[in-house]
Ligand binder design. Structure first.
Ligand code: NAD
Length: 251
């Protein structure tokens, strides 16, 4: 049990096959009580009720809305008693080419990943600061590092690259408060974000570029989240962990 007596807030964690939900389950299996935040109240509550153990809560929170983030952080802190871990996981993508990106596309995609990470972190950090302890995990993407994944458009790459910069700046500013901030850069993970869009031909082509010769599962990313949330990573801050099967190997 790596998270006994710990509490965690995870955004975008209602989606049944998603990274957030899988992370919530793994955290709960390791003893944590979890607040699941997502767009729909009913879906968030249902997801929280499906977790092993007790004391979990599901809350409605659109992370692009600063007031909603403040209210959700307050409600989570009250229900859980404290917030030890925040996973900024909510994100959307659009497979659109550069010249076709409209202002609405740009805002939709950057708002959830980048503005959402800013607002929810701003809402949660005061609770962590008070207790001089915290771990924040920000969900970026291989798309930020290689200028496009497979499904994300350039605005998605930009949003996820922005997340990396924001996380590093938070790591620097809140290190003295003993709040660690790290990112994860997943490769292609089989969730509903890509569901139905991956043809067999595409899969074969994509696998040629993945040394581990398989697409990722939500559990692969959840494991990295667990490491970053737990004391096993107590001297890591400002880092980005690649969970991509070798799709991108740095020089
Ligand atoms: P998913 O679609 O299963 O889950 C995303 C969740 O975010 C959904 O539950 C959705 O309702 C929620 N959400 C969307 N907008 C929101 C908002 N404004 N406020 C609160 N919640 C909101 O997708 P996933 O694959 O599990 O993605 C999780 C994260 O991982 C995302 O940030 C995504 O960009 C990132 N990621 C995914 C992959 C992949 O291949 N699946 C790769 C790299 C990064």
């Amino acid at each position: 049990m790596l998270l006994s007596d710990k509490t965690a807030v995870i955004s975008g964690a209602a989606s049944a096959r998603g990274i957030g939900r899988c992370t919530a389950r793994l955290f709960a299996e390791h003893g944590a009580r979890v607040a699941i935040l997502d767009l729909d109240q009913g879906a968030s509550r249902e997801a929280a009720a499906s977790l092993p153990g007790s004391g979990h809560v599901g809350l409605r929170c659109d992370v692009t809305d600063r007031g909603a983030c403040l209210a959700a952080a307050e409600a989570a802190a009250e229900a859980l008693g404290a917030i030890d871990v925040l996973v900024n996981n909510a994100g959307i993508t659009q497979p659109i080419r550069f010249l076709d990106i409209t202002p609405e596309n740009y805002e939709a995609v950057t708002d959830v990943s980048l503005r959402g990470t800013l607002y929810l972190s701003q809402a949660v950090i005061p609770f962590m600061r008070e207790r001089h302890s915290g771990s924040i995990i920000c969900m970026s993407s291989v798309s930020a590092q290689r200028g496009g994944g497979i499904f994300g458009g350039p605005h998605y790459s930009a949003a996820k690259a922005g997340v990396l910069g924001l996380a590093k700046a938070m790591a620097r500013e809140f290190g003295p408060d003993n709040i660690r901030v790290n990112s994860i850069t997943p490769g292609l993970i089989q969730t509903d974000i890509t569901a139905g869009k991956l043809t067999d031909a595409m899969r074969t082509e994509i696998l040629k570029g993945i040394p581990l010769n398989r697409l990722g599962d939500a559990a692969d990313v959840a494991g990295a989240c667990l490491f970053l949330a737990s004391d096993l990573s107590s001297y890591l801050t400002g880092t980005a962990i690649d969970v991509n099967g070798g799709m991108l190997i740095h020089g």
